[in-house]
Design a protein around this ligand. Structure first.
Ligand code: HEM
Length: 465
């Protein structure tokens, strides 16, 4: 084995192997009368962007009577998401699609209510909590792999495995709760929502704020069943009571607004828990899926992750002793090529001028990590899978060209949680197993709420000698 270099990556940064290019995953763009775009948004938003989106820094066009800007220009992105963040808000379509499932929790809240919620939740995501996340992730992954071994299963649907695992890890880390009794029902409801109800209909996109679309009514019905399940989870957590350490549930349940002395109502608390249950696992499971898919195409990079994992003396009882820079770089590169949150959309709340375009209230600004991360002017060989871009010592990536977690005040509160979790899960998995894609290698991304695969490829988990 090569000597371990100062950055802990076996000098891998300078390695001369040629990094693979995954099968071109961009679905071919369709011609663009507006009604086709509306249909494509329902089927797969990724196919609405043609080649100019990956070349131009700003694209402007009409969208259902409003102006819409697609921004790839780092300074313009900073203006909208950071400098003038308060002048932009979530769109009516986002509310129609997500509100029935996450209510007024942290993701959708605005103004003073959002500030209070963010302050309340922040301590649970502070850097000191990440060691616990790593320990839980290592233990839960080892246990899941033991279960598979006991059942003699070698051919596995990794996406399903990661979805359950990420739910278990979020449950234990945030709510000190074993979610296993609820996992099957939680996943069944989320899958039903994801495959059918989450798809935006033309009316979701066209109707003004406050007018319910027919789909929204269906979503609300499903939302009632969903919130009944979330209430069961909360009831179980309360009935058991938890000794220290204080977790996110305790922080939310005991929060008091310093000005009014008011805490969350029962419904508001359920909104928060639903938000963290959904936001806290689906995206991370997808990051793990796409990382595994890319590693299935790149055995040499897999070996590097496995070698690092072995060196880090991973143990199910303790957090990994090293920061796992190679596994982390693989996850970051997977988040570049397949960002689970493929767009960040904002609606202008007041007039503004962005990249030379005048915006009126109601106009749309789209920052699309999917496009931005594959932009020809912002990345060298954008379609190539090359985790070396993210290794310590690599030239820094432009802060506004890489936004898997967004940026500015609404940046993902769980970004570090997700990166630690995904790196540890990947390391524990690869320390034990060689991943091999079974059957056709081509898997295409489909974007509806998140970027998921068009099919669930099977992986063979071979022994690693
Ligand atoms: C790879 C995994 C993840 C990805 C790609 C991701 C992506 C994102 C993005 C892009 C946003 C910002 C959206 C915007 O500005 O409109 C966001 C917000 C958020 N994320 Fe994540 N996320 C991930 C994991 C997590 C985890 C693990 C949690 C919690 C445990 C979480 C909870 C949230 C919440 C609550 C917000 C709303 C924050 C606010 O508006 O203040 N996410 N996420």
């Amino acid at each position: 084995m090569a000597a371990v270099s100062r950055d802990g990556t076996d000098g891998w940064l300078g390695a001369s192997w040629s990094a693979p290019r995954p099968p071109r995953p961009r679905p071919s763009p369709v011609p663009r009368p507006q009604w086709r775009t509306l249909l494509q948004l329902r089927r797969n938003a990724l196919s609405t962007w043609g080649e100019p989106a990956y070349r131009e820094l700003v694209l402007a066009g009409p969208f259902l009577g409003r102006q819409s800007l697609l921004l790839n220009e780092p300074a313009a992105i900073k203006q909208v998401l950071v400098d003038k963040a308060a002048a932009y808000g979530r769109t009516a379509a986002t509310l129609r699609i997500l509100h029935p499932m996450i209510g007024d929790g942290l993701f959708l809240a605005e103004g003073e209510a959002w500030r209070f919620q963010r302050r309340t939740a922040a301590p649970a995501f502070a850097p000191k909590s990440l060691g616990l996340v790593a320990t839980i992730a290592a233990r839960r992954t080892a246990a899941a792999l033991d279960r598979l071994a006991k059942e003699g299963r070698r051919i596995v649907d990794l996406l399903a495995l990661f979805q359950e695992l990420a739910l278990e890890i979020a449950g234990e880390a945030l709510f000190s709760q074993a979610l296993e009794p609820f996992t099957r029902r939680l996943r069944a409801q989320l899958d039903r929502y994801g495959t059918r109800l989450a798809r935006p209909s033309p009316l979701d996109l066209a109707l003004p704020r406050g007018w319910p679309s027919p789909e929204e009514l269906l979503r609300r019905r499903m939302g009632r069943a969903w919130f009944a399940l979330v209430a069961e989870i909360v009831a179980e957590r309360r009935a058991r009571g938890i000794e220290a350490p204080r977790d996110l549930f305790d922080a939310l349940a005991s929060a008091r607004d310093p000005e009014t002395g008011r805490g969350f109502s029962e419904r508001e608390l359920l909104d928060q828990i639903a938000t963290f249950l959904i936001a806290g696992h689906e995206t991370t499971a997808l990051a793990l899926f796409w990382s595994s898919y890319l590693l299935g195409l790149a055995p040499e990079i897999q070996e590097a992750v496995a070698a690092e994992a072995r060196r880090s003396e991973l143990s199910p009882e303790a957090a990994p002793r090293a920061a796992l820079p190679v596994a982390r770089a693989v996850v970051q590169e997977a988040l570049r090529l397949y960002p689970p949150a493929f767009t960040i959309v904002r609606e202008a709340r007041e007039p503004d001028e962005v990249a030379g375009h005048r915006l009126a209230p109601g106009d749309l600004v789209v920052v699309a990590p999917w496009v931005l991360h594959r932009h020809e002017r912002l990345w060298a060989e954008p379609d190539r899978f090359d985790p070396r871009r993210f290794l310590p010592g690599a030239p820094p990536v432009d802060r506004f060209a890489y936004l898997p977690f967004g940026v500015g005040p609404r940046v993902c509160i769980g970004a570090q949680f997700a990166l630690v979790e995904a790196s540890v899960v990947l390391a524990v998995l690869l320390a034990r197993h060689r991943l091999e894609l079974v059957g056709p290698k081509r898997v295409l991304p489909v974007a509806v709420v998140t970027t998921h695969p068009d099919r669930r490829p099977a992986f063979r988990l071979g022994p690693r000698g």
